[in-house]
Design a binder for this molecule. Sequence first.
Ligand code: AMP
Length: 283
Amino acid sequence: MKVYRKIEEIREQIKKDKLLGKKIGFVPTMGFLHKGHKSLLEIAKEKSDVLVLSIFVNPIQFGPEEDLDKYPRDFIQDEKIAKDVGVDYIFYPEEKEMYPNGISTFVNVENLTDFLCGKKRIGHFRGVTTIVTKLFNIIQPDIAVFGKKDAQQLRVIEKMVEDLNIDTKIFRGEIVREDDGLALSSRNKYLTNHQRKNAIALKMSLEKANEMIKNGETNVLLIKNEMKNYIEKNYEGIIIDYLEIVNFENLESQEEIRGEILIAGAIFLGKTRLIDNMILKID
Ligand code: AMP
């Protein structure tokens, strides 16, 4: 496994691999790797000949009040995990390598970014789609894997790839969870013991919605209200950022449960913001 810190160097390497007819698989991350990232790497490994992992905490996707400075980092541990999974190259650039002269050009996916997290984190998805485009231009992957954990991000990337004819096939990875159901996230590290116990609230409210839908409930407003009440009644110290039920294709809200839906939410425990979701197909 090789670690590249310079764009030109990894580009040279990938050019050589491509000349040999190798298929390049890619998983972009912000590091502090966990089993969720590992599962994406395993999917990419199976579908490619050369596996590339990028680790870059991308400043332009963080808002001014967000956790850029304290975002958890542990490159030594990440290197170990990457080696275990069989990563061939880690691209681990410094900020000045990616943004040597600031940035004036952005990629922005409209409409899909108006909802859910996009409404709450202004400019976030523009930062994500811009860095992913830059990384795709550098790595030129044949395939890339993104997690359903960030369901909106996944749809936004898929739309960007479609709209801009980017020659990379996108695969979706399932959400990996702790034993009690909490979705793995680098940000779980911020939680105190007490917060960690209550962090399961969002997942439990998704289960509550799932149960109601399975029992035939189709009224979205009613289900969302139940989710909210359920969290407020059973858990402490939680501020609900949003709970939404939308069409998974276009992320628009709907009044009735039908088709492929995304039930998504974000909660705050203190300053820590956690997201989770469930995708359901209703016949
Ligand atoms: P991040 O490092 O948080 O930017 O995430 C990098 C990639 O890992 C994204 O495609 C995420 O959706 C994915 N990811 C994060 N957490 C999980 C998880 N618990 N299960 C599966 N994929 C995840």
